[in-house]
Design a protein around this ligand. Structure first.
Ligand code: SF4
Length: 358
């Protein structure tokens, strides 16, 4: 049995290393029965074929959560205040500008603007906020909103989603995060966040944005109620999305954090985290970059991820309200981290472009 397992694993890894697409059944086999060191070795070979040797990229960005009022009420969210609770905040454009100024003073020119789904905000709030930012900071890269937020805008405006996104683009939106995916399984979503966009809606938002040229990041958040099959199903949704739009630039594995108390959660062990990094490098053969989130994985495990197929560290981040952070706090710290792991740091913007004010 063991020899059969080894032979099957060897064949699948060789197939991936040769640049051939592995199937969902093969990915499931690797996830359930593969040896994580073997997956790491293969993923590292694939990374070396696809990414210039010795380079690890990073991006310095400022997170601004423009409102923490939200009516989606995901059970894992420690950030939101319920609408009508008398608590919570919504930032004015001036307050957002001030946060950007603080970021620019630290040589940070990428803005990640995201908030809860606040039913009190009209569509014009989003447009005027983007326009004001663009007027004051013409060259800043604005990555903003999420499928859930733009689907809400579609609802309140009654406009086709494509028109909503075009208006946001015209107002200054540069790229679009694939946030709120967690696990793309309606069964799991019904447990974790029943009011959130279901799988088909989430994908519709990503596809529409991708077709309009909005480059995207994607992720998985696992370590809760999902099955192995649902993990592979999630990865397959992302691979199919990318086959259809070509707009996805990166994938980053995240795990559920310890503050989550409202559903079953387990601590993902380090070998499983590394296996996810490696498997994503192999299975997501059409997504160019695999990121490790130092904020979530921590420095030690994050460094090992760079030897499991990842080529980017998704850091440093200034201000992160949704998760507790133990990430890298400055550009110098990020560069030191990459160098100490034996790589050359390459600064990039959200669209993986280098130079300019990235
Ligand atoms: S994760 Fe986002 S959508 Fe869910 S409750 Fe928190 S702010 Fe709202």
């Amino acid at each position: 049995m063991s020899a059969q397992r080894e032979e099957k694993e060897f064949q699948i890894l060789a197939k991936a290393e040769a640049g051939n697409r592995i199937s969902t059944q093969e990915a499931l086999f690797l996830w359930q029965q593969g040896i994580f060191q073997n997956l790491m070795r293969s993923a590292e070979k694939i990374r070396q074929k696809r990414i210039q040797a010795g380079r690890v990229s990073y991006t310095a960005f400022r997170v601004v959560n423009y409102t923490n009022l939200c009516n989606i009420e995901c059970s894992f969210c420690s950030f939101m205040d319920e609408v009508g609770s008398g608590k919570g905040y919504t930032l004015t454009a001036d307050e957002i500008l001030k946060k950007i100024e603080e970021a620019q003073a630290q040589d940070v020119h990428q803005l990640f603007l995201q908030g809860g789904v606040n039913p009190d905000l009209p569509f014009d709030y989003y447009l005027s906020t983007l326009k004001t930012i663009r007027e004051h900071f013409p060259s800043i890269h604005i990555r903003a909103f999420s499928p859930v937020e733009v689907l809400f805008m579609e609802k309140i405006t009654g406009l086709p989603l494509e028109d909503v996104l075009k208006s946001l683009q015209q107002a200054g939106l540069n790229s679009f995060p694939g946030a709120g995916a967690e696990i793309l399984s309606d069964r799991v979503r019904d447990i974790l966040s029943p009011l959130k966009a279901d799988v088909s809606e989430w994908l519709r938002a990503m596809e529409t944005a991708g077709r309009l040229g909005l480059k995207q990041s994607t992720n998985i958040v696992w370590g809760s109620e999902e099955t192995d099959q649902e993990i592979i199903e999630h990865l397959n949704h992302l691979r199919n999305l990318q086959d259809s739009t070509g707009a996805v630039l990166s994938f980053v594995p995240w795990t559920f954090q310890a503050q989550t108390k409202k559903f079953r959660i387990r601590k993902v062990p380090p070998h499983e985290y590394l296996k996810m990094v490696a498997l994503s490098r192999m299975f997501l053969d059409n997504i160019p970059h695999i990121e490790v989130s130092i904020m979530v994985a921590g420095k030690q495990l994050g460094e090992l991820g760079l030897f499991a197929g990842a080529d980017d560290i998704n850091s440093p981040v200034i201000e992160e309200n949704v998760l507790r952070s133990f990430g890298l706090k400055s550009i110098a710290e990020a560069e030191d981290f990459i160098r100490s792991a034996g790589f050359t740091p390459v600064r990039r913007n959200f669209n993986f472009e280098e130079g300019l004010k990235s």
